[in-house]
Design a protein around this ligand. Sequence first.
Ligand SMILES: [Zn+2]
Length: 236
Amino acid sequence: MIKGFELKEESGSVFLQLLHLRGIKHAFGTREEREGMAAAFGFSSQQLLTLRQVHGAEVLVVKENPDTLPHPLPYDAAITRREGVALGVWTADCVPILMVDQSKGVIGAVHAGWRGLRHGIVERTISKMGESFRSPPGDILVGIGPGIGPCCYEVGKDVVNLFQSSRDDGHLFIQEREGRSFLDLGFASRLQLSKAGVAPENIEAIPLCTACREDLFFSYRRDGKTGRQLSFIMLG
Ligand SMILES: [Zn+2]
């Protein structure tokens, strides 16, 4: 498995790509998207399917032409086998996660924030790929994009308690430092992926914190109301 990621610029858009997803059309966006990601990758904005992202744990299975779906779509993850559909995720601290099973030709995109993770959005997406398209978890490659890191994501006792009361592994998501609690969304995502049967060597993450890297990313925690970066994956 190839490790690492690349920072690229095309048509005025700056984005990151994971080397282990090389050959799969995908990108994790940054705040620099002057022409838009679609232009950089040669697809139209009509081909981009984004979700309402309601911080839940529902997974949209796209089998039909996405134009026929009733919008808005109140989901936080989508999976499909259709070529030419770019599954997109908007984030500004939450973690964008992209998935592909090349053996069955299935992709997935997940918006993973603390609420969704608490309800198992990542595990649920992997199971849905199995139920809907027979993707074996062992064949799925996963890319965890840039989100807010445990360096910056302090949470209150209410959030800590919610995690600990609702999940047996909840305590593993939290780091304690000097009497303060910090949430590690990337690690929480990895845990859920492993639990769902994804091989650790098939998971690669971009270890950049959206709050630390003002030069690259929008961050809700750092800036308050702000823009969001787009990440996407597509077949074909
Ligand atoms: Zn940070």
